[in-house]
Write a protein that binds this ligand. Structure first.
Ligand SMILES: Cc1cc2nc3c(=O)[nH]c(=O)nc-3n(C[C@H](O)[C@H](O)[C@H](O)COP(=O)(O)OP(=O)(O)OC[C@H]3O[C@@H](n4cnc5c(N)ncnc54)[C@H](O)[C@@H]3O)c2cc1C
Length: 290
């Protein structure tokens, strides 16, 4: 049962930040509520002692999707349904668009927000691998400060981030990749819809004359939080795209995941699947580069 709670519904960012600045530890931001409400119902530790919910759904400053020549900026409180309907995201950030399209069901996507997804930072948060390969940055505001940090720096551990109690994620920004970049997002769940991810992978590459000019690789769900594989990316740079190398890179990704997670009961099943998924993603990119 959900304990009795007060709910405040600020109508502007300044009002919300003022409320947060005055509150004690019992206050909690709620956006779509698709993580907060089940958490409260299940008595999760992360929501213990919550006595005030600050509903940020009516704050115009943290909605909207805008585009300049260089970047796309998505309001933290934008729902997945709105993001999916946005042609700019669909055309310029296809991996993020695809990740959003795999989340929950229509009902969940109508409520759930992008910032809610990565602030909650469950290992299986589907937007994270795509945001990581796009080098997204997170805009954060408190009453007296404003900052912007990379998504990789923002996410510190399972269900943990750099966000302070008096701060709101206002926007998530992505520099528009040039047309030379292509990539893929892949999610494996136990079923096709409303499925918690078991493995997610995002890959973004820039190739030239069948050589890897740049590759960005991120995983989710199979690692404790979504992460980039910078060593592997460095190793792959400048290498010729040929089947033997793609197989080697896929094997190395599996080894690096084991290094991060340690051997688990599920490794025997997950490792070959990750390696095969990654290989297939790379093969798709190889076909595109020919
Ligand atoms: C049936 C079901 C299916 C689901 N399927 C998926 C799935 O397939 N993939 C997936 O990744 N997730 C899934 N989820 C989880 C959830 O829907 C997502 O994580 C969602 O994006 C959370 O967004 P929200 O707006 O509902 O967040 P909320 O529940 O409102 O908030 C989540 C956390 O973020 C904080 N927060 C929210 N917005 C802000 C902000 N702007 N600034 C600072 N803090 C903020 C809240 O305080 C809270 O700690 C599912 C959930 C359900 C119930």
């Amino acid at each position: 049962m959900i304990p009795s709670l007060e709910i405040l519904i600020p109508k502007s960012l300044n009002e919300a930040l003022s409320i947060l600045a005055e509150q004690n530890n019992g206050s909690k931001i709620i956006a779509g509520g698709t993580d907060v409400v089940p958490g409260l119902q299940q008595g999760s530790n992360r929501f213990a002692n919550s006595d005030l919910l600050i509903d940020i759904n009516r704050i115009p400053e943290i909605k909207s999707i805008t585009r300049t020549r260089e970047k796309i900026s998505i309001g933290g409180a934008e729902t997945f349904s709105n993001i999916l309907q946005n042609q700019i995201v669909q055309e310029e950030l296809p991996l993020l668009w695809k990740a959003c399209s795999t989340i929950g069901s229509v009902q969940i996507r109508n409520r759930a927000t992008i910032a809610g997804n990565f602030v909650n930072n469950a290992p299986c948060a589907d937007t994270v691998p795509a945001l990581l390969v796009y080098n997204a940055t997170v805009e954060i505001e408190s009453l007296n400060s404003k900052k912007e940090i990379s998504i990789g720096e923002f996410l510190t551990g399972p269900y943990k981030t750099k966000l302070n109690k008096d701060e709101i994620v206002t926007r998530i920004n992505v520099s528009i990749p040039s047309k030379e970049y292509e990539g893929e997002f892949y999610k494996l769940g136990r079923r096709r819809a409303v499925a918690v991810s078991r493995i997610t992978l995002a890959v973004l590459t820039k190739t030239q004359n069948h050589m890897i000019d740049e590759i960005r690789i991120a995983s989710g769900a199979v690692t404790p939080i979504g992460i980039r594989f910078f060593d592997l990316e460095k190793f792959a740079k400048g290498k010729k795209i040929e089947d033997q190398f793609l197989k080697e890179l896929s094997k190395m990704l599996g080894e690096q995941i084991i290094q991060v997670t340690g051997l688990r009961w599920s490794s025997e099943y997950k490792l070959p699947v990750v390696q095969q998924m990654f290989y297939q993603l790379l093969k798709g990119i190889e076909r595109g580069s020919l």
